[in-house]
Design a protein around this ligand. Sequence first.
Ligand code: SAM
Length: 270
Amino acid sequence: MTALPSLRETLDAHGLMAKKSFGQHFLLDLNVTRKIVRLAGPFDGRAVIEVGPGPGGLTRALMESDAGRVILVEKDPRFIPLLSELDDGSGRLTIVEGDALHVQEAALVTGPTHLVSNLPYNVGTPLLIKWLTGPWRPHALTLMFQKEVAERIVAQPGQSAYGRLAVIAQTVAEARLAMHLPAAAFTPPPKVASAVVHLVPRSDVPEPSVLKRLEQVTAAAFGQRRKMLRSSLKSLGGADLCDRAGIDPDARAETVDPAGFVRLAEASIL
Ligand code: SAM
C-alpha cells in the first residue's frame, strides 16, 4: 500500500473532479479512513462491501485490514480504472460498476458481510432502509451520513430528531453514533457536518409483514407528530388499536419507543 501515490496525486493523474450529481465528497486523509475501518472491524476474514468508493480512500484502509474480501460498488465509471490500481493481485478485491440501490448483494457475496461506506448523501437513507429491511441482511454496518441523518437514526423518544428512521433502524438493529467529522475533512467540503453510525442487526427481528406495517404506522403517526395517536392513527384503528397494543391513545408519536410501535404494528394486523 505504501507504494501507491497519494489520493490527491491519483485524482490529478486521472484528471478527476468531484461531481455534485453523484454526491461526491472525498476523504483523502488515510488517517481518517483507517480510523473508520478500525471502528468497523475487526472483520476476522469476513467480506466487506463498500458502496461508493470514489477515489478509494476507504478502500485502501479496507485492503490493509483483516477483511477476507473487499467488494466495491461504484456508480461513476470514471473511478473504475483508478480503483483497479488498488488490486494487489491477491484476489480479495472485486469491483462492480453499478447503482447500489439496484444491486443484489446476495449475488455478490456469501456468508456474513460488513458494509463500510462513506455514502452519497442523496441515497444514504434509502440504502439504509434497503439493508435493514430487505431480504439480504448484513453482519454489521458502519456508514457515514450527514450529521442530521445520523442523529435521526440514533435518536431516543422525546428528542426532536426522533421519528420514523429511529423507530425502523432501532427495531432491527442496535445503532450508535461512532464518530463526528467536520465538513472540512472532505474534498470538496459539503455544506453540512457528517457522522459515522455503527449498526449491528438484531437476531430477533419482527416478521417482514410486521416490518411493512411498521412503516405504515410510523408514517401515519409521525406524519402528524403533534396530534394524539387516537387521531393520527385513526385510519388504522385509532384508540381501539392503541388499547390493543397497550399504548395510551392520548400519547403523541414522539413519546412512544420502538417496541411500542412494533406492538401497534402487530395489533393492526391481528
Ligand atoms: N468513499 C469515497 C470517499 O470516502 O472518499 C467517496 C465518497 S462520496 C461521498 C460518494 C461516492 O458514492 C461517490 O464515489 C459516488 O460516485 C458514489 N455513488 C453515488 N451514488 C451511488 C449509487 N447509487 N451507487 C453506488 N455508488 C454511488
